[in-house]
Design a protein around this ligand. Structure first.
Ligand code: B12
Length: 213
């Protein structure tokens, strides 16, 4: 039953159909389908297909943007129904997409699931000047700095933030968690990040591991 709904959500995103995505998401809620799974196994799977179509030049930027609007419409319906973990210590995460990169769909998903997982998330947005990650983390006394990027040309900015932390004698104060399309565990090791996660669900798990909760 849920599987059919996930498939419908995926198809609605790929078909750029905002209204249909919203309606199917609503049906999922009414049928008691787990909202987090509907996001991960429906909407995100749809965006993955969109990514493939973009790479095959079947879809171009306008189509991709319509698909992402459809995904966001589904998220809007599902988000209030994502089960929040109660009673956990509110560890703080400062998250953003590094300078030079405006891809924020993945970062937004990580933020939603981390909030649902009980974290207090400060979202800096996209194309974030590198100093801002550190300044905000100091201001709110964050536990984790989370950085996202989808482009190889901006990956090295993550390492620059770590170097800046060292330069300001703050490296030990924050855990650094990174992710995004071109990022891997070996890249995380190379730049000295504390953690890497390939998707939003494991981003929550990894964030918990980093703060020992
Ligand atoms: C959607 C998209 C766009 C949209 C972005 C809309 C938006 N608001 O984000 C638009 C159309 C605007 C766009 C623009 C561009 N794009 Co684009 N885009 C994509 C596309 C098709 C999908 C990305 C996506 O949203 N995936 C779905 C999400 C759910 O997945 P995700 O981002 O990977 O996130 C998950 C994980 O990575 C992880 N994660 C993500 N962040 C974080 C952070 C942390 C801390 C953790 C732990 C985990 C984590 O969890 C997420 C959820 O599961 C990809 C192709 C692809 N296959 O990825 C190209 C792609 C990323 N784009 C690309 C390019 C080149 C561009 C442009 C430069 C194109 C141009 N010539 O103008 C511009 C960028 C301008 C800029 N400076 O930023 C290239 C990058 C190539 C490279 N290797 O550097 C790609 C790979 C396409 C390609 N093969 O050429 N793009």
């Amino acid at each position: 039953m849920s599987k059919a709904i996930f498939e419908e959500l995926k198809t609605a995103v790929v078909q750029m159909d905002e209204d249909l995505t919203r309606r199917v998401a609503q049906t999922a809620v009414e049928q008691g389908v787990d909202a987090c799974e509907a996001v991960n196994r429906g909407l995100v799977k749809g965006m993955e297909v969109v990514g493939e179509k973009y790479e095959l030049e079947e879809y171009f930027i306008p189509e991709v943007l319509l698909c992402s609007d459809a995904m966001n419409a589904g998220i809007e319906v599902l988000k209030p129904h994502i089960k929040k973990e109660a009673g956990v210590t509110p560890y703080k995460v400062v998250i953003g997409v590094v300078q030079g990169d405006t891809h924020d769909i993945g970062k937004n998903l990580v933020k939603i699931l981390q909030e649902a997982g009980g974290f207090e998330v400060y979202d800096l947005g996209r194309d974030v000047p590198l100093e801002q990650f550190i300044d905000k983390a100091v201001e709110v006394r964050a536990d984790i700095i989370g950085m996202s990027t989808l482009m190889t040309s901006t990956m090295d900015n993550m390492g620059t933030v770590i170097t800046m932390l060292q330069g300001r004698d703050l490296r030990e104060r924050f855990k650094v968690l990174i992710g995004g399309g071109p990022i891997s565990q070996s890249f995380a090791d190379t730049i000295g990040a504390d953690g890497y996660a390939p998707d939003a669900t494991s981003a929550v798990r990894m964030a918990r591991e980093l703060v020992g909760s």
